[in-house]
Design a binder for this molecule. Structure first.
Ligand SMILES: [Zn+2]
Length: 259
């Protein structure tokens, strides 16, 4: 029996508190980016349909091999760039690639403060950069789907940034910590759904069995910022089954699904 060591949800809240567009890569301009509450509830990505690109070749990876894991992740980022560029174009939204770096320790600068303990990866909207921690814990499970799932989740935050969903979140005032966390959960659960949608879209091209997916889903646990484990599982599976961001409107979902 495999014992999950890596929590499914390991993005970080602090990175979401900052706004800005400095450091963007070359932007491929499509239509205007939506703003305000409707950017979250009625975003064009919910009408973009299924991912049309159905392949992503996983590179060879073995446990405890930092270089192999880094190369593996870089290839997955390439897949995400290809799939999401097409998807954003269908939604008539601008696209640019995120920056991507790995680190073997916490505490390094991310563009949104230092890399915090307890996180597996950070997306910083200021510089549109994903920083991924490759520490012994995740490297020991490098053949599992955790690397794939976490990078697809962080990429989901990049999509939220490109589509106006993150700016809408960042520019609003919250009357209490409780109200704020309720919105953070919608952001995080949506990133899970976007991750699941991408994984589902390329699933048949991966040399994987169903238990690889369920193993990662079952590793989720309850937190105030990311929601209950049953809701994390609900959103990642919902994305996986539909292979489309259309399934990922956490902002119009019943409260019980974003608790
Ligand atoms: Zn996250």
């Amino acid at each position: 029996m495999r014992i999950p060591l890596i929590p499914l949800v390991s993005g970080v809240l602090a990175s979401l508190l900052l706004t800005g567009t400095a450091g963007a890569g070359a932007l491929e301009q499509n239509g205007p980016v939506p703003t305000g509450k409707s950017a979250q509830t009625n975003n064009p990505i919910y009408r973009s349909g299924q991912f049309e690109i159905k392949t992503c070749e996983e590179q060879p990876v073995k446990p405890d091999d930092l270089d192999a894991a880094r190369v593996y992740l870089e290839f997955v980022v390439d897949c995400l760039n290809t799939s999401w560029r097409d998807q954003m174009s269908k939604a008539k939204l601008p696209f640019s690639k995120p920056a991507f770096v790995t680190t073997s320790r916490t505490g390094v600068p991310t563009g949104c403060g230092r890399f915090p303990k307890g996180a597996q990866a950070v997306y910083c909207p200021l510089n549109k950069k994903i920083t991924f921690l490759l520490d012994p814990g995740i490297l020991s499970q490098a053949t599992e789907l955790f690397l794939f799932e976490v990078i697809a989740h962080e990429y989901g935050h990049h999509v939220q940034q490109l589509s106006g969903i993150m700016s809408s979140f960042n520019t609003r005032k919250y009357r209490s910590q409780k109200a704020y966390l309720a919105e953070v959960r919608k952001i995080e659960l949506q990133a899970e759904c976007l991750s699941g949608a991408f994984i589902g879209s390329v699933w048949r091209s991966l040399d994987r069995v169903e238990s690889d997916f369920t193993y990662v889903v079952e590793a989720a646990y309850d937190t105030a910022s990311h929601g209950k484990s049953k809701n994390i599982a609900y959103w990642v599976k919902r994305g996986f089954d539909t292979e489309s961001p259309n399934a990922c409107n956490t902002f119009s979902a019943p409260k019980s699904k974003v608790s």
